[in-house]
Design a protein around this ligand. Sequence first.
Ligand code: F6P
Length: 547
Amino acid sequence: MTSPSREEAWTRIETLGKRPDAAAIRRLFAEDPKRFERFSRRAGDILMDFSKTSISDEVMDSLLHLARAVALEGQRAAMAAGQTVNVTERRAVLHMALRAPAEAGFTSGDEDVAAEVETTLSAMRAFCESVHSGAVRGATGETFTDVLNIGIGGSDLGPFAVLRALWNPSMPMRPHFLANVDGHAWATLKRRLDPKRTLVLVASKTFTTAETMRNARLVREWLAEALGEEALPAHMVALSTNLKATAAFGIAPERVFGFRDWVGGRFSLWSAIGLSIALCCGFKAFSELLAGARAMDEHFLEAPLEDNLPVLLALVTLWHVNGLGLPAHAMLPYDDRLARFPAHLQQLEMESLGKRVTMSGLPVGRATGPVIFGEPGTNSQHSFLQLLHQGTTPVPADFVLVAKPEHPYRQNHQLLLANGLAQGEALLRGRDSDEIRAEMTAAGALPADIERLLPHRFFPGDRPSTTLLLPRLTPHTLGQLIALYEHKVFCLGALWDIDAFDQWGVELGKQLAGVLLPELDGDKPIGEHDSSTLGLMAELRRLQGEG
Ligand code: F6P
């Protein structure tokens, strides 16, 4: 539903975005020596600096006006109250309940959400302790040293990103992830695993995802071959909402850690899906991760819009997408431990916000979620940052900087941080012809060479970035950081009036794969397809010797 004030708010933003100086940032810094203070905010351990964007007071007013016009606070309250905010799947959205104390009072209809969350967490804690103490062992009596998480999408990316960030070899168990159905993934991974010492977690919200079930069967065969069928119950655990399917797969009920459909896949790392984190880093670290996320939840639920980090992060993106018409967004953590964070955000943001119709099914009428991509710095500098500096379309970037490392190599860390800061500064300030001429002249270049190279060495500047600064990367600060982006996604869904919690767009390809598989295998005659698909199938079958 559109309201007059909502349309008026959109018009204001779009009109401001069309001004000739809408993307100018240097001018804003020149006019306001206090720009950093005025356009940065803190919540918990995170400092967010969005001064290196073209958001002025006037733009911020219009963005906040839109947030009020869409009743963002009311929509936030509806989510927290367990209302059906995922309208197309008729589900509540309660991942916040997974990290809340019982007294926070999350409910879903008549369900006692808090009690169920507590029961699952207690079971996870007890299981971790038993595995770590050796009370729970493999079928041959050996202690478990390795955890293999089989899952894909939200049942892989969140736990993988967290373990990449927090795990080190002094921790209780070694993590491994099997997501891709490509047999090469398993063929490589199995060489590193000893079945006697491997605990297998089949992580799937639905327990029907084709790739996960295929890989689960493959790994089950591997265990059975090595240890015998009777060993399977000791080695296999399920993390799922589908208790019927876990039972049908043969996983003992006491080895199933459940959650509910009010936890979206890409928001599920805080649920039983996070068991790999708790096993590999220890339950204490998992609890601290939850507590960090809870701290961000409290901030999100309580802080006024103009000081609310997730709201502001969402509004900055909205300005770039809808005000300035920028279709992509780069995630640049300057911390190698956050190497998988961009991959997690790719799913979180694009599966949530890659929508073209409103809640009521009408065309949105304006751009929604941008393309998200990223790599840690400084690797990204030697890869795609060229395009951010000199490409034809500006790409806003989020930098994540961590002040103190957990290693002793101070010079490396300072070099890393200096590079992170330098990229943001370079994107902002650019480099004009006078500077280039002066530098090249000082270096002894010939005037003709200077003029020839000038356009190539020119940096337009005024390219936007936002920086998130953390004191350290700990379970607690990581929890805050991930929750910050989860709530950003919620806010953008509310602002664009799209369902950020469904993912119908992944279904068609799954269905077509189901049709193509028996045709490719020769079990069924080839059906009707476009000539490209037919041509490729024929060539594949020929190359496989079946054509
Ligand atoms: O195909 C998309 C998706 O449904 C994601 O939303 C989800 O995270 C992933 O597949 C895995 O689903 P499941 O946990 O049910 O196996």
